[in-house]
Design a protein around this ligand. Structure first.
Ligand SMILES: [Zn+2]
Length: 480
């Protein structure tokens, strides 16, 4: 699909009548919204635990019913070989309107009182303006703000359908690595077709620093098996005269980076999208406290590619990490052998412009060069996740920034995500840029005991989407 940007200029909005109409509507419906969210949070939709499979299904049905009630004319529960996803669609009724697909998930991480929760993880409580429950931030709260958001958008504009063709895809297996997601997206690619994907499953820098995430790193992993003699052999009889696979493993690992901590695999950096000067400036403006970050990292020093800051290294630079290395005798005391085998487990975080297949080829060629004659080398790669990145001047990104700026009444900055996720499948299969709209903050405790969401921020999420659809439709029209 091709859409054209009419305006790219970031405008500042005073509190106008549209803003007060949205805020009034949200205030009037806030209590019912929170009651509904609490009801959903009571369903323990833990996708990792087979005994909760009926709860995950119940969660999908609950959401489907709620989206119907919200006004989506089409709502379907999509079965997969695993947990079901929920799909909803609300056409704008305007051929020039862009189409937006919102992605989130309705399953949650496991949680039990004995993990260290102060209250029952599936009995939501509000304390000091925070809502505590498993899934409050990751991701039910952030999916749910879209329901009140679209209603507020309609109420404030007097419309009967949203200004964009609005689609929602809320999967049920995200916390279990989304094993069926890619196949589902491929199978339903026609229905899911969109001009932009908005992922509401991330967060912001902090409550005081609202941010939009513009990209996510990709990931590819491999295990390298090095084999020498058919079985362990005596180091006195044979040592010094045959190659040792454990030595080969160590040499391989040592050769992975150069002295500047750059990845030394030839071709690794081919075609990568470099940070622009503007992006580097914007990252540098974030209130980043490296000492505090180090404490969170439980590390004693920073280390990484020369010429880049810590934030650049974790967000925008590709990496190679040794996740595991082993081989030979691991028991007490000594055992004078040349081991028969050794292994190395590696993972590579990828950035925009890097193609996982190209990386796989480059790593295979590099390893073959490093390993001495007489050592067998087998490399197994697991399925890769591609990186995604949306340029700062993309019109949809500009709309998200303006909508957030209106809701938060201040400047919106940019971040990226160092991790990897299923959003990349949406980008690849649908060919649409991925944007990240989340209001969660680092202290929300994703996957941890006492997960919570800040109610003020949750409602800012509602407010942001209430402005977003109108802004997108106004500034990003299909050419007639
Ligand atoms: Zn999540």
């Amino acid at each position: 699909m091709s859409v054209r940007a009419d305006r790219l200029v970031t405008m500042s909005h005073p509190v106008d009548s549209a803003v007060s109409a949205v805020r009034t509507y949200i205030e009037q419906h806030r209590a019912a919204f929170l009651d509904d969210l609490a009801e959903w949070l009571r369903i323990p939709s833990v996708s990792a635990q087979p005994d909760h499979a009926p709860d995950v299904r119940r969660s999908a049905d609950w959401l489907a019913a709620k989206l119907k009630e919200t006004g989506f004319p089409t709502v379907e529960v999509w079965q997969t070989p695993g947990a079901p996803a929920v799909y909803a669609e609300w056409p704008a009724g305007d051929p020039q309107a862009p189409t937006v697909l919102v992605y989130g998930h309705h399953d949650v991480q496991p949680a039990a009182l004995e993990d260290g929760w102060d209250t029952d993880p599936f009995e939501p409580v509000v304390h000091e303006n925070r809502l505590y429950a498993r899934g409050a931030a990751d991701d039910k709260g952030q999916v749910f703000f879209h329901t009140l958001g679209v209603r507020a958008h309609l109420a404030a504009t007097g419309r009967t359908a949203p200004a964009v063709n609005l689609k929602l895809l809320i999967e049920g297996e995200e916390e279990s690595s989304s094993p069926n997601f890619r196949a589902l997206v491929e199978e339903q690619a026609g229905r899911l077709a969109a001009d932009a994907v908005i992922v509401s499953d991330t967060g912001m820098w902090s409550a005081d620093t609202p941010t939009v995430c513009t990209g996510m790193r990709g990931l590819t992993e491999c295990e390298i098996r090095l084999s020498g003699p058919d079985h362990d052999i005596h180091s006195g009889s044979f040592g010094g005269a045959v190659p040792n696979p454990a030595t080969a493993a160590a040499r391989l690992v040592a050769a992975l980076h150069d002295d500047h901590a750059r990845v030394a695999v030839p071709g690794f950096y081919d075609g990568i999208v470099e940070l622009t000067d503007r992006e580097r400036e914007l990252f540098a403006e974030l209130p980043f406290d490296e000492d505090e970050w180090l404490r969170t990292a439980r590390s004693h020093a920073t280390h990484g590619e020369a010429g880049h800051t810590t934030l650049e290294r974790v967000w925008a630079r590709p990496t190679a990490e040794v996740n595991g290395i082993g081989g030979g005798y691991q028991g007490p005391g000594s055992k004078t052998i040349i081991p028969s085998s050794a292994f190395v487990k590696l993972s590579f975080r990828l950035v925009a412009g890097q193609d996982p297949e190209h990386i796989e080829k480059a790593v295979r060629a590099w390893a073959a060069e490093q390993v001495p004659a007489g050592i067998g080398c087998e490399i197994a790669f697991s399925p890769a996740t591609r990186p995604c990145l949306t340029p700062l001047d993309h019109p949809a990104l500009q709309s998200v920034v303006r909508a957030m700026g209106r809701a938060f009444e201040g400047p919106v900055r940019f971040t990226r995500e160092g991790g990897s996720g299923p959003a990349a499948d949406l980008q690849e299969v649908l060919g649409a840029p991925v944007l990240f709209l989340g209001i969660s903050v680092p202290s929300d405790g994703w996957h941890a005991p006492n997960e919570k969401v800040e109610l003020d921020l949750l409602l800012k999420g509602v407010e942001t989407t209430a402005y977003l659809w109108g802004d997108l439709a106004e500034n990003w029209r299909h050419a007639p």
